[in-house]
Design a protein around this ligand. Sequence first.
Ligand code: TYD
Ligand code: MG
Length: 463
Amino acid sequence: MAKQKTNYICQNCGTVSSRWAGRCDSCGEWNSIVEEALEAPIASGGARLGAKGRVIELVGLDGDRKEAPRIASDIKELDRVTGGGIVHGSALLVGGDPGIGKSTILIQAAASLARAGHGVVYISGEEAIDQVRLRAERLGLSDAPVKLASETSVEDILATLNADKPPALVIIDSIQTLWTSAVESAPGTVTQVRASAQSLIRYAKKSRSAVILVGHVTKDGQIAGPRVVEHMVDAVLYFEGERGHQFRILRAVKNRFGPTDEIGVFEMGDSGLREVHNPSELFLGDRDNPSPGTVVFGGMEGTRPILVEIQALVTPSSLGTPRRAVVGWDTSRLSMVIAVLEAHCGVKLGMHDVYLNVAGGLRIQEPAADLAVAAALISSLAGVALPSDCVYFGEVSLSGAARPVSHTPQRLKEAEKLGFGKAAAPMPGKIDTKSYGLTLEAITSLSGFVARIAAQAPAQRKD
Ligand code: TYD
Ligand code: MG
């Protein structure tokens, strides 16, 4: 009998090598390389290596579709992220830290779709049937006609699914718990995760059922991260949030059928995840008592404007190298804004610790926050409270110029809608400044803007 061939596969990044090593050359993770049997050549697709293929039918781009292309749930925030609903026959990966709420949102989505008359199968490999039922009962979803099973064998799952009319949606919680007998590795290894995902994705394409796979993201080398599955699926959604905060954000990082920069905002409560339709109200703090270092940033997440409070604290440092601590923004971007303030605006922060926080546990990714961050830093340093009814946004370039950002009209509209009276931002040339119920302060350079804030300092300190 031929000797069984094996490979050494990093469980963190999926890199294949021919020998074992203590540390993966590719991702640098320690103790993540595991010996795995090579996949049998006949395992995938059932076709023998070297066998003759059959002739497939080639068709045009234009043709009849028999069904609605998407399954919309009544969870609007979820539909927004998927691009208007889950596409039939597509495979989705929902990733996130353990305990963030993946099972909760999916059981809620399953119940909502089942109540709307769609066939939904929920297969839990992690929890026993009773545990899932208990959760459903707590969430008030027990009456929804979801078909539930607790199973980990891919062959058994596929045999069950193939025995009946294909459901509209199959949820697998989670991909790491599945195992298929087509490959010999242990459950949870990269090879198993990849082979199991492949079988389920093939089922999705063939049956036109949408398949949602749950994947845990963990640094622990024991469980394979779902990253190897990311390129196989049609859409990848990440569920994120700070543990101490109630807010959870569903973010599309890949979507073959919709935009990737959309977010859905949820709040975790006693009765599961509640949709947050107006996130700006959530991320804004108490605006009645303006305090130094607090400004409101007019941000965008996908197609939706979101106003967020940015807080800065600048204090004299007792350390040789002052501290720079950032929550919810990019540390290198903060260093850049500080450097521009020092080089072009005469602001000296070299002897100060700087703390920056984005309220509500949101992570801001756009450079449009530069101006708001600069305003927060100056406001804290000078001890000047900025007007609480003003929003700030704009990109700052290394030369100290303020540059207009995309979606300026939407940002201004959102500020107006939420009762703000002013906006300070670089204005694009084509904007009609009179069509907003806001006093607009057009910013062209950071130095002029900083000087105007600093000039208020003595006036405020008098009282
Ligand atoms: P869960 O969906 O099990 O997380 P995941 O599947 O991503 O591992 O969520 C578990 C957390 O959510 C747990 O810490 C408890 C919390 N939770 C609530 O606060 N309220 C609820 O109604 C539910 C169902 C869970
Ligand atoms: Mg879970």
